[in-house]
Design a protein around this ligand. Sequence first.
Ligand SMILES: *Cc1c(COP(=O)(O)O)cnc(C)c1O
Length: 386
Amino acid sequence: MSREVYMDHAATTYMKEEVIEEMKPYLTDYFGNPSSIYKISRKTKMAIDESRMRIAHAINANAEEIYFTAGGSEADNWALKGVALANKNKGNHIITTAIEHHAILHSCEYLEKLGFEITYLPVDEFGIVKVEDVKNAITNKTILVSIMFANNEIGSIQPIEAIGSICRDKGIIFHTDGVQAVGSIPIDVKKMNIDLLSMASHKFYGPKGIGALYMRKGIKVDNLIHGGAQERAKRAGTENVMGIVGMGKAIELAEKNMKEERRRLTYLRDKMIKELLNIPKTKLNGAEGENRLPGNINVSFDLVDGDTLLMLLDSEGICASSGSACSAGALEPSHVLMAIGLNKDLAKGSLRLTLGYKTTEEDVEYVVNIIKEAVNKIRDNKKKWQ
Ligand SMILES: *Cc1c(COP(=O)(O)O)cnc(C)c1O
């Protein structure tokens, strides 16, 4: 009777079959160190080059501007700390937003300890930064602006092109955490004036533990890992060849399917939002239409505890996520939901459903029905005890 429905694609994704097939030879026959010169090594070296080209192609960069990392968090850490340390002679001011991923926010806190000053820009009720605010926050000490492309909790998409052009005009380095956007919506680093962009393969049906940082040629960034000459000596260490191969295949497939998949997911998203908002006292968190990631749904139910709801959904085979995160042993409401003006109760009563490649219209109908029942059950119980 009960079925399994995965609606947490923003947390991570399964790998596509073609990705696994592409990786297989690099788990077996082609194990050679890419830095060696014999045949099985030349094969791995070529595979790395091929993947780098595929990634560059997907974002309109050049292959030599792509540096592999161990994922999104590492790319974010590298961008922030690497730019801050390499440009500290020019100034100590960094601009970011209140809704960034913790890989950005905690890197900023670390840089504050080293003497950097950080401006955390607010967002409006839909989770969007005002371009004017970015402009007004810039001082003659500003060296870096880091604003995420799309938010992982509420799916809001930032005016990246407009922010990029302001930064380029003022000669300030512009980084964007593109982890949720890459593979899902079009990105053109040249047209959008992006200097650095973080990516993570496991968010677009590639393997975990592999990501990349695009760094525009000529941007000054400190090296991350000192050692051998890998990644142009900026990130030393023998490469994660199978991960790199998988990431390259995953981004190629994402690029190929993007138009159709974006249309399909947007349709499912809007259908699901509409049906969930039929539940009384329910609110949509984040933006609508074009300013929202295709597969992202985030709603708050009044008088419902999000974690109780998640447990009920789990017992019906549904994987989703709530608006609280366990920090320091306590359940804290999400900083993103607080930043768009929710009170603590509504933030804790939120549910994130993120759709993906295998999501069907039947899944959406099934999950909506289970949520309706679960919300009613939680609210009825609450009334009984009052
Ligand atoms: C998942 C995610 C990260 C972290 O990526 P990892 O590969 O898990 O390190 C960073 N930023 C955003 C927006 C994310 O969604």
